[in-house]
Design a protein around this ligand. Structure first.
Ligand code: 4NP
Length: 159
């Protein structure tokens, strides 16, 4: 299988994208694909640079067997070179990512996370930062579903 480098991007890189990174890493590992797939995450804003994911996200993830332990960093233009597939959690993230590259070839690497949803029909992954527990659970449900869809497409060579 071709090697893929996958980057998940949200706003703060402390809730949605580190959760997507942890879920996708575990899925790839469980299917014996860790050597073929590199996974990272970043935020379009730098408010939380160097921080671990939000404790609420870590707690909800731990209940499902995930360890969300990456440190927050900002998305930078070089990420277009360093990754093959870039996934935006919502439309603001999508626009902010595209703004960093005028190159149409690079822009083809950018997708919306919900493009890979299988069971859900949400048009974005909602920011859970100001929500209660149900917001974090919804994000995990949406991410598990879309990560499975993404991995499926990668395995079929469709990306
Ligand atoms: P994320 O959530 O983009 O999923 O990491 C947020 C985290 C922090 C803030 C907003 C969204 N904030 O405003 O600090």
């Amino acid at each position: 299988m071709k090697k893929y480098r996958v980057l998940f991007v949200c706003l703060g890189n402390i809730c949605r994208s580190p959760a997507a990174e942890g879920i996708f890493k575990k899925m790839a590992k469980d299917q014996g694909l860790s050597n073929q797939i590199t996974v990272d995450s970043a935020g379009t804003a730098g408010y939380h640079n160097g921080e671990l994911p939000d404790p609420r996200m870590r707690q909800h993830g731990a209940r499902r067997g995930y360890d969300f332990d990456s440190y927050s960093r900002m998305f930078i233009e070089e990420d277009y070179d360093r990754f093959d597939i870039i996934l935006a959690m919502d439309d603001n993230n999508y626009r902010n990512i595209l703004r960093l590259s005028p190159d149409v070839e690079f822009q083809k690497k950018v997708y919306r996370m919900v493009d890979f949803s299988q069971q859900y029909s949400h048009d974005h992954i909602p920011d859970p930062y100001y929500s209660g527990a149900e917001g974090f659970e919804l994000v995990l449900n949406l991410l598990e579903d879309a990560c499975a869809g993404l991995l499926d497409k990668i395995k079929k060579g469709e990306l």
